[in-house]
Design a protein around this ligand. Structure first.
Ligand SMILES: [Fe+2]
Ligand SMILES: [Fe+2]
Length: 474
């Protein structure tokens, strides 16, 4: 597969061979850079950062590491290699050749899927744009910027599909992706979790653990798509997504490690005392976890969804690791268990599997998440701390689906509004919790130094030492 890095837009999609498309994307590029300047990481344009840039789609050596100013980052368009003779492997078109062009009857649905995915990419950059001002170390600052530039590249990936396959309305959607703003009243981002603030680094690490992991599952489902360009684009995006989740799991793990160290040194588990010692107490960690977990579960959509059924039946969006599932890949007479409230208690009932595909993906996500939380618990266990983190019940704090408007405790008990209000401060981060975490956010920029509330990582990036100067301030 030919990589062209000579033009304005690095790519392996032969842009030079399609002048009209190349011109359209080169026309969109200044708008993107303008958006980056306005909504990208604040105060950062002159910094030189040790970043990886995608330069190919080979399994080894796809990334190049070097110092780069972010406005000069080479955002490129890369599709994973085509699989010769690929066929659609689920839904009513199962067995037919994968589509290389958009099937006319599915055009608007497919555009909706791509726009919804595309919208999350710039949204997270907007949410994280002020975090660089309070970085706990150069190592972490570099990781933040790495995540940010790659979310920018993911936006490019979706915009390429819109420009290449959807004509005029695709170009209009690509413009709109630069116009919506996370948290804006009049023109917000499309999905709830992407309009929440990411005001501190604990939120950032939780976000990259929970919400970038939602990204992994959505991208995995799209990587099964019968629309081959979408499958190939998302497959390559997944290679970058892995690092984002690494930032989250290790970031939270390092906070836990630091807290556990101080708990052992001072022989205390008193949150108030630990706070005066400048570390984040474990009940606060649990409340942040509860918040990010529940808000992210909503991203999977309604548990009873005819849209999800249609996306699957038409072959546009598969299940997580569809190919590895042993069934008919059409789900015609299958059932799937979902939960609901009946007479004040949570009950399970079977619904047609096709309509429960959002719930199915959500359950796959929860399994993956629980495994990650267990890795955090091993950090606590190793440090000799008895406290264990856990994910709340999936009906807890939900705004979408059959639990919207139902108050459910983290253990999965339906509670009254009064009981909710009496306990919510121990279930979700309070304003005081948030203010405390905010109070810890300083700015540490000396190579090899780390803020007091977080342990150093085990190793540096790309074989560099932990005290490497990952960011040079200019
Ligand atoms: Fe992304
Ligand atoms: Fe991501």
């Amino acid at each position: 597969m030919n990589i062209d890095t000579s033009g304005k837009i690095p790519n392996n999609v032969d842009l030079a061979g399609d002048r009209a498309l190349q011109r359209a994307l080169e026309h969109w590029q200044p708008g993107f850079l303008g958006w980056w300047g306005e909504m990208g990481p604040e105060g950062s344009p002159a910094h030189e950062i040790y970043l990886r840039t995608a330069v190919s789609v080979e399994r080894d050596g796809w990334a190049h590491f070097d110092f780069v100013r972010m406005p000069d980052y080479r955002w490129g368009i890369f599709l994973a290699p085509a699989t010769p003779g690929r066929v659609i492997h689920f839904g009513e078109h199962k067995g037919e050749p994968a589509w290389q062009e958009v099937p006319g009857e599915y055009r608007s649905m497919l555009r909706r899927i791509i726009v919804t995915q595309g919208d999350t990419e710039p949204a997270s950059v907007e949410q994280q744009r002020r975090l660089g001002l309070t970085c706990p170390s150069l190592y972490d600052l570099r990781n933040l910027f790495q995540v940010n530039v790659e979310e920018g590249r993911h936006l490019w990936a979706m915009v390429y599909l819109l420009h290449r396959h959807f004509g005029r309305d695709g170009r209009e959607e690509a413009e709109a992706l630069l116009e919506r703003r996370s948290g804006n009243q009049d023109n917000p981002r499309l999905l709830g979790a992407f309009n929440e603030a990411t005001p501190d680094w604990l939120s950032f690490f939780m976000f990259t653990f929970f919400t970038d992991r939602d990204g992994k599952f959505q991208l995995s489902a799209l990587a099964e798509s019968g629309f081959d360009p979408l499958a190939r684009t998302t497959r390559f995006m997944l290679t970058e997504e892995a690092h984002h989740m690494f930032v989250g799991i290790t970031g939270v793990g390092r906070i836990l490690q630091r807290t556990a160290e101080v708990m052992a040194q001072q022989k205390t588990d008193d949150p108030a005392r630990l706070r005066t010692l400048g570390v984040i107490d474990l009940p606060t960690m649990q409340r942040y976890l509860n918040f990010h977990f529940s808000v992210t579960l909503d991203l999977f959509g309604s548990d009873n969804s005819s849209n999800a059924a249609t996306y699957y039946t038409t072959g546009l969006k598969g299940r997580f690791e569809e190919g590895g599932i042993d069934d008919d890949h059409q789900l015609k007479d299958r059932a799937y268990p979902v939960i609901d409230v009946e007479g004040g208690i949570i009950v399970e009932r079977e619904v047609p599997a096709l309509k429960a595909l959002n719930e199915n993906l959500r359950d796959d996500y929860i399994k993956d998440t629980v495994a990650g939380v267990e890795r955090w618990n091993r950090v606590l266990q190793k440090a000799g701390v008895d406290f264990r983190l856990g994910v709340p019940h999936k009906a807890f704090n939900r705004r979408i689906g059959s639990f919207a408007g139902v108050r459910v405790s983290p253990e999965g008990r339906v509670v009254s509004e009064a009981e909710w209000q009496a306990n919510v401060r121990s279930w979700l981060p309070s304003l005081e919790d948030r203010a405390f975490v905010q109070s810890l956010m300083g700015r540490v920029t000396e190579p090899g130094k780390f803020a007091n509330w977080i342990a150093p990582p085990e190793r540096g990036i790309n074989g560099k030492p932990v005290d490497f100067e990952y960011v040079r301030f200019n």
